[in-house]
Ligand binder design. Structure first.
Ligand code: IPE
Ligand code: IPE
Ligand code: MG
Length: 262
């Protein structure tokens, strides 16, 4: 029997998988929780940091794959608010890796039409990181093929609290009335303002949780979990996820009959 490329996690031909994707139903926005770098390294007796640096190739592959099939927004969870509590040496190494990656990848981002963007409390990043980010954001600002958003020092509760405070202040000071407060206003006050909600959320490494990522925005996202550790994630895995997404019926609370007779 032929292997099922969607449920079977063995390598399948990247081109063959890509050819099966329906270009008319590609998600506009894919979000990824890149997890498993530490375990990947530990499995081969290496330090956790080796896993992080090997994860850079996976970022590149995912970005290229997403661009090839016409995804407009790719949002990667790179560093959570909670990750600040990791050992200082790991946090420092992750920040250094961010800077060196931004520098080494900048040309490639421009060649591929990638516009870089960030969400999260980037003011809390070390100054070297902030300036490397700012520079990369400025130098890719005119690109319009895909928006790559890095979630850095990000947590969904952090941004929800920020949104609640900002709306609260505007209500108190009379800039808003209670009837102005609806889903649209909330969308506008989150850091993902202007982006469509992710239709597909991927998490690697076998963990099946959201870990404080985009809680408001993933309300109706399709979730795709894979045991593949992030440094092993390749283009074909992204294509598998999209194919699986395209097989699903997104009902948004309706019945299946309502969707097929509409
Ligand atoms: C994901 O890999 C990268 C970050 C969270 C920064 P981990 O570092 O969480 O790897 P595991 O989960 O310990 O294997
Ligand atoms: C989530 O991964 C954050 C990122 C991928 C940046 P973690 O490895 O920190 O998540 P938990 O702690 O296992 O939930
Ligand atoms: Mg982890």
């Amino acid at each position: 029997m032929e292997a099922d490329p969607v449920t079977d996690h063995r390598p399948a031909s990247e081109l063959e998988l890509r050819a099966r994707i329906d270009p008319a139903r590609v998600p506009r926005h894919i979000a990824v929780i890149m997890d498993g770098n530490g375990r990947w390294a530990q499995k081969q007796g290496e330090h956790r940091l080796v896993g992080h640096s090997n994860g850079v190739r996976s970022v590149r592959e995912t970005l290229v794959a997403a661009t090839e099939i016409g995804v407009e927004y790719l949002t990667l969870y790179a560093f959570s608010t909670e990750n600040w509590s990791r050992p200082k040496a790991e946090v420092d190494a992750l920040m250094d890796l961010l800077v060196s990656t931004l520098v080494s990848e900048l040309e490639g981002l421009n060649e591929n039409g990638v516009r870089l963007h960030t969400i999260g409390d980037t003011d809390s990043l070390p100054p070297g990181c902030r300036s490397a980010l700012l520079q990369a954001i400025q130098r890719t600002a005119k690109n319009d093929r895909i928006t790559l958003t890095l979630a850095l020092s990000y947590s969904a509760r952090w941004e929800i609290l920020r949104m609640v405070r900002s709306i609260g202040q505007d209500l108190r000071d009379g800039r808003l009335e209670m009837h102005d407060v609806g889903e649209k206003l909330v969308d506008e006050r989150l850091s993902t303002q202007g982006m469509p909600d992710p239709e597909l959320l991927i998490r690697t490494s076998g963990e099946q949780r959201i870990s404080n990522f985009l809680l408001w925005q993933v309300a109706y996202a399709e979730l795709w979990f894979t045991p593949v550790l992030w440094p092993d994630f390749r283009k074909e895995h992204l294509f598998q996820a999209v194919l699986d997404y395209q097989r699903r019926e997104r009902r948004f609370g309706l019945t299946s009959d309502q969707l097929t007779t509409a």
